[in-house]
Design a protein around this ligand. Structure first.
Ligand SMILES: Nc1ncnc2c1ncn2[C@@H]1O[C@H](COP(=O)(O)OP(=O)(O)OP(=O)(O)O)[C@@H](O)[C@H]1O
Length: 304
């Protein structure tokens, strides 16, 4: 424990300041740990802008072997992953964001302080990691209705007439008003599929969108990505689909197909939003790969 170098990369704006507040808890924890492990050392570095977490992680991982903790949301975790992958360092997730969906596939109880302590005391394990056109992701990428909802949600945030917790729901209703299914060509491990798609998610983790269990059977240890295709849903059925998707009870609906694959190519006939670990890009096509190389991830102690 003592010789390990601990680096915390903190996104001060994640979770409206939750990550920033967690730095006090980090200092406290290490003051306690120092009583037991005299030579334990840690460093906290703050991000200054979008993309900075990748730069920081890359710089430190090239200087030595660290346990690098992303303190923020899934966006911060994704950026840190993209900086440290391929190095000898390991990656940990300290939830300080508003969603923090990846860690929900790992811990049974979402308690930020406990996850911090158990991650620092946790053990490293090689887990699956995926990429889309060269950008790595660890949780879920998706196209279709859900990505459009993420794009529209900003319209409903910080409004005097609506509490922020209802922003996502307001965006769902707004997006449903004029959403058209995607005309999609998919190549899933060489198998061609032409379909009208409500949405498609490529999943390593189980949750996204602040706790929606869209890929209930995804397993980041199985060497495969779960592809959840939701076909051609009518507007009336969206209302039925969403309450089922939140607790992960949607997989037996006739519109839902589960495939497992290592390579997935998606081609849309018009530009659409692609959600990658919670961040959006506009795309007409996307090429997903399960990477041969794994990432050394710190699994919190007592997590399963
Ligand atoms: N210092 C900074 N100032 C402004 N933006 C930053 C800074 N550091 C990182 N960012 C950006 O903040 C965005 C949000 O980060 P993140 O996703 O970690 O938090 P969140 O949105 O609260 O959590 P979640 O995605 O889990 O809901 C990311 O796009 C990241 O690039």
């Amino acid at each position: 424990m003592g010789a390990v170098k601990h680096l915390f990369i903190v996104n001060p704006v994640a979770g409206n300041g939750i990550a920033l507040k967690m730095t006090n808890t980090i200092h406290k924890l290490f003051n306690e740990l120092k009583l037991k492990y005299q030579d334990i050392s840690y460093e906290i570095v703050y991000t200054k802008e979008e993309g900075h977490a990748t730069e920081i992680a890359r710089k430190y991982a090239s200087m030595g072997t660290y346990r690098i903790y992303a303190v923020g949301g899934d966006g911060t975790l994704n950026e840190v992953l993209n900086g440290m992958i391929g190095s000898d360092s390991s990656l940990g997730c300290i939830p300080g964001g508003s969603g923090n969906d990846f860690v929900k596939s790992i811990v049974t109880k979402f308690d930020r302080r406990r996850i911090l302590m158990n991650t620092v005391l946790g053990t490293e394990e090689e887990i699956d990691v995926a990429s889309v056109d060269g950008r790595y992701f660890i949780n879920i990428a998706s196209m279709g209705f859900d990505a459009s909802v993420v794009n529209n949600v900003e319209k409903f945030k910080n409004k005097s007439y609506l509490p922020n917790k209802f922003a996502y729901l307001a965006s769902v209703l707004d997006t449903a008003k004029d959403f058209r299914n995607l005309n999609l060509r998919m190549v899933v491990d060489q198998k061609e599929i032409q379909t009208e798609a409500f949405m498609v998610a490529i999943a390593n983790g189980k949750y996204y969108g602040g706790g929606i269990k869209i890929a209930p059977d995804a397993d980041f240890r199985d060497g495969l990505l779960d592809v959840i295709l939701v076909r051609d849903i009518t507007r009336a059925k969206i209302i039925k689909f969403l309450p089922k998707a939140v607790p992960g009870k949607h997989m037996d609906l006739e519109e839902v197909t589960l495939m497992r694959a290592k390579t997935i190519d998606l081609y849309s006939d018009e530009p659409v939003f692609l959600n990658i670990d919670g961040e959006l890009e506009a795309r007409r096509e996307a090429h997903f790969r399960l990477e041969d190389a794994k990432v050394k991830f710190i699994i919190p102690k007592n997590s399963f």
